[in-house]
Design a protein around this ligand. Sequence first.
Ligand code: ATP
Ligand code: MG
Length: 558
Amino acid sequence: MEEKTATPSNFIRDIIDEDLRTNKHNQKVHTRFPPEPNGYLHIGHAKSICLNFGIARDYNGLCNLRFDDTNPEKEEVEYVESIEEDVRWLGFDWDNRMFYASDYFQQLYDFAVKLIKDGKAYIDSSTADELKEHRGTITESGKESPYRNRSVEENLELFLAMKDGKFEDGTHTLRAKIDMSSPNMLLRDPVIYRIKKADHHRTGDKWCIYPMYDYAHPLSDWIEGITHSICTLEFEVHRPLYDWFLEALNLENRPQQIEFARLNLSYTIMSKRKLLELVQEGYVSGWDDPRMPTISGLRRRGYTPESIRNFADRIGVAKRDALTDVVLLEYSLREDLNKHAPRTMAVLNPLKVIITNYPNDKTEEMEAVNNPEDISMGKRKLSFSKEIYIEQDDFQEVPHKKFHRLSPGNEVRLKYAYIIKCENVIKDEKGNITELHCTYDPETRSGGSSMKKVKGTIHWVSAKQAIKAEARLYDRLFTVEDPSADPEKDFKEFINPDSLKIITDCLIEPELAMAKPGDKFQFERLGYFCVDPLSTEKLLVFNRTVTLRDSWAKIEKK
Ligand code: ATP
Ligand code: MG
């Protein structure tokens, strides 16, 4: 597990402190992270993971990983495996406490039998339409089902027949007998079991009745000895039901449900259903497309677990929904990469420069710092010779007023090398610039004694030594802050058509030839880049993780 960090306090930790003081749970702190394996985890889940596992870590408690797999049709083993990988990658460990709600199907069934025997649940043979009709509305109370007063014996017999597959889907349900006139519609005799003749990814065809989430969840928590069952705000109205089941079954040492505001991020969608749509309809290359807010997408993009954990600490937990600015996530990322990513030079759009007064066969070794933020990361040698490449953008034939880089007759410093001056612009027949002829000032070698100063410093690579690579420049996947804001509109209307730009012939420092998938670098002046898993020895592919500064903020300020 990762180092203990100082997580700021919050209202959930206050509740736990108070419970420890009053000895409510016998000094135990036990949380769980309960994903439904129906998609890949996203950054919102990361918030929940950091919260649940972070509390367990800081209170010397435990946190379980529990797959909430009560919905046989949408769940898959692929998702289970990706969830395990993602939680581990974030730096958390559940030891041997990986559970499935489906592990408890027998116990949950037995609890249901007990509810029936105690007259607290009944079999309803109404159709789905009738159930809906009798439910009432927020302003109108519901109607009791004609089956509500079936005898215990009849209910037991029917429930057994349901379990034994004697009925078709949708013909009967088991309902809790609570209160059809409750202002909380969730308490109007909620369905707790339905018939579904579907294979389950773990239990196969053993069961053809499946428990509903609201029923399975509190009881799974209780079975595992969870003390604090932390979930998102939309479950606040479910809490009376959560408590009702525990009470109706007379269970001791009850877990307490605590709700917090889910993470919403600007320019991002967070619903698994919508993310699945993007994957299935080919808007992205897969769940781990570097533009996806999934943990696997963020990992491939170059995010580090530390940056995500720091982000989670930074946003904290609150009781009210809000939209968090994605800039904050990017800030946490830059902060971490700035400390750890080695600097290198790469040219995305190369423009050849010939240094006319530099000896033909000469090569000099220049010294470059690997990370000015961390001197212990050392230095490296950069070969410098007569032909180099610079960024096309670093030259303007007719310079703007504030352009301090290379232009005809103007001087610029090549980082870690010399000051050069542009003497001649060479063009092809069509008038495109093909190369620049420059001279260098031998007195201005970097680290030397020359006091000469110029306004601009640019990066470069040596033509002889540089190697080719592909760069993938990612931008936000959506063009608006909240793509789901208008329920009338399809969120896919707001997909950014320029969210991926592929540059195939970049030139990079030869040292990078050794880079392995997942390695992260800062390309000086260009941003942080990460080697994509698609990379081969023949062709290195770099994903731009994030730019050096928040370019969007800059645009808004202009
Ligand atoms: P989605 O709405 O994206 O489909 P979900 O809530 O159905 O997600 P689950 O697999 O049920 O997904 O989520 C597992 C846990 O993660 C739950 O405890 C849930 O409350 C939490 N969680 C899900 N989304 C967020 C979010 N955006 N912010 C914080 N926690 C979240
Ligand atoms: Mg859910």
